[in-house]
Write a protein that binds this ligand. Structure first.
Ligand code: SF4
Length: 481
């Protein structure tokens, strides 16, 4: 009898604290300073825990010259030792590809230094700035956009007073993102020094902290830290979970402490090939975040940073993932998918197309829902937003006596037969389903063929709309534009 090898999910996985660190006491494990000191920073130390193929040693060692390594014992314990493609491992362990593709990509893909009025500040958007206060992290993510500042021996270019001074003399800045590196690596005293200086600026409304500490070093989020942060409200924290396996009880406890201190939590995930590049993984991540009271905020396209080419996906992959979320889970659990435009263009939201066809002058749109069903929608007419009742399609009680015959010709929404994919904008700036090959339900000209739906309320439209509506209804209950 042939017996298949067990699926990874079914076999006993070699991971967890008991597997990697059986001798470590609870007191040590729960002490964030111990975790920080015990970080794995060399290939030799890593090889004591994970297998490194000898033929890859050289490339992996080379990549550490450009960008240092750091893995907390806690984060290491999340890695499945027997999975050579483990999604947790790929985020923090340098792979040979990092060196093999190091010629591809940019040092500073977002042009942060072009938009830097003083060292450490990036001022790209009108009312907010990024303030880089450290080049030190609990873990070093191999796809990091700011890895240019994190090579071994690099000293942080942190001139706190100059940064604070810039914000103080720039009244347009009402929101600051304190990032790094990771600000929560600092002692409470050092962090409080930064926050108190910022809070003393009258026009600065919001302080946001960007941190991966709740993911990689959750022991750091203790009551003392939370109480200190709460003194400087409104303080928000942007966390950075990429995979559902990072949503551990320890991480949940850390985030719960922050939430209880009145700190709203938003997650910024990065779309990474081989880590989270499927709708099922991102959906599971976002639903898990919701259970932890964290809003899934952004899903970033991985930046074209040097040495991270093996993490990059196509935009089509991102759209496919977003398509797999909308309608399939709560809108609250759906992040905004963004591509950070090269050279400092800023975040550009990218989304699947649900508005397939739009004629502004006729006030008519064709919409696609998450199941691919098409709907014809009429906007309110210019200057008249009155609603007029329509008789039900097959009899039934009329809710009003107002001119039902005329109104029946102009349903506000119609279901359109067939399904359709997303569509680009044509050269005239119109959105047209035909451009993307309407499948079922489109005629030779690419126009979609609507089916009268169940909508009973219509807007009384202008004459152009009336004539369009009058032309559309045919004898079999279908309609065409
Ligand atoms: S924690 Fe953030 S700043 Fe640090 S390496 Fe990871 S992505 Fe970069």
């Amino acid at each position: 009898m042939h017996i298949n090898a067990p699926e990874p999910a079914l076999r006993a996985r070699r991971l967890g604290r008991a597997h990697y660190f059986p001798e470590v006491t609870d007191a040590e494990w729960n002490d964030w300073r111990w975790q920080f000191r015990q970080r794995i920073t060399t290939l030799e130390a890593l090889a004591r825990h994970l297998e490194i193929p000898p033929e890859e040693w050289q490339d992996r060692a080379e990549s550490l010259r450009d960008f240092r390594m750091g893995i907390t014992p806690y984060y290491l314990s999340l890695i499945d030792k027997d999975d050579p493609n483990d999604p947790i491992m790929r985020q923090v362990v340098p792979l040979a590809e990092e060196n093999l593709f190091r010629a591809i990509g940019e040092e500073d893909p977002l042009g942060e230094e072009q938009f830097s009025p003083v060292p450490g500040i990036t001022h790209r958007y009108p009312d907010r700035v990024l303030m880089v206060v450290s080049n030190n992290c609990a873990i070093y993510c191999r796809y990091c956009t700011r890895k240019r500042t994190m090579y071994e021996g690099a000293t942080p270019d942190v001139e706190l007073d100059r940064m604070v001074d810039y914000i103080a003399r720039t009244p347009a800045v009402r929101d600051v993102v304190v990032s790094g590196g990771d600000p929560l690596n600092y002692s409470n005293a050092k962090l409080e020094q930064i926050l108190s200086k910022l809070r003393a600026i009258p026009h600065l409304e919001i302080i946001r902290i960007g941190s991966r500490v709740p993911v990689a070093l959750p022991q750091r989020i203790d009551d003392e830290l939370c109480a200190m942060l709460a003194k400087y409200h409104p303080v928000w924290v942007n966390v950075h979970f990429n995979h559902p396996r990072e949503l551990t009880p320890e991480a949940a406890l850390a985030c719960d402490r922050l939430s209880r201190a009145g700190i709203p939590l938003n997650n910024q995930a990065v779309l990474l090939k081989g880590v989270n590049d499927s709708a099922a993984t991102i959906k599971s991540l976002c639903q898990g975040l919701m259970r932890m009271r964290i809003r899934p905020y952004y899903l970033y396209q991985c930046d074209p940073v040097r040495g991270a080419e093996h993490f990059r996906t196509t935009i089509a992959k991102g759209l496919e993932i977003m398509e797999g979320l909308r309608g399939h889970t709560s809108g609250l659990a759906i992040p905004t998918y963004v591509v950070d435009a090269p050279g400092g263009g800023g975040k550009v939201p990218v989304a699947p197309q649900y508005l397939l066809h739009y004629e502004r002058e006729k006030g008519r749109a064709v919409l696609r829902n998450f199941q691919g069903n098409l709907y014809e929608y009429f906007e309110p007419s210019q200057g008249t937003d009155e609603l007029h009742p329509v008789p039900p399609p097959s009899g039934g009680r009329l809710r009003s006596s107002a001119d039902p015959k005329a109104a029946a010709k102009k349903p506000a929404k119609r279901r359109i037969s067939g399904k359709i994919g997303s569509a680009p904008v044509d050269e005239n700036g119109s959105i047209n389903a035909a451009a993307n090959g309407a499948s079922n339900g489109s005629d030779a000209s690419g126009e979609v063929e609507p089916v009268v739906g169940k909508s009973r309320w219509v807007h009384r439209g202008p004459s152009t709309r009336s004539s369009v509506a009058a032309q559309t209804t045919n004898g079999n209950g279908h309609a065409k534009p």
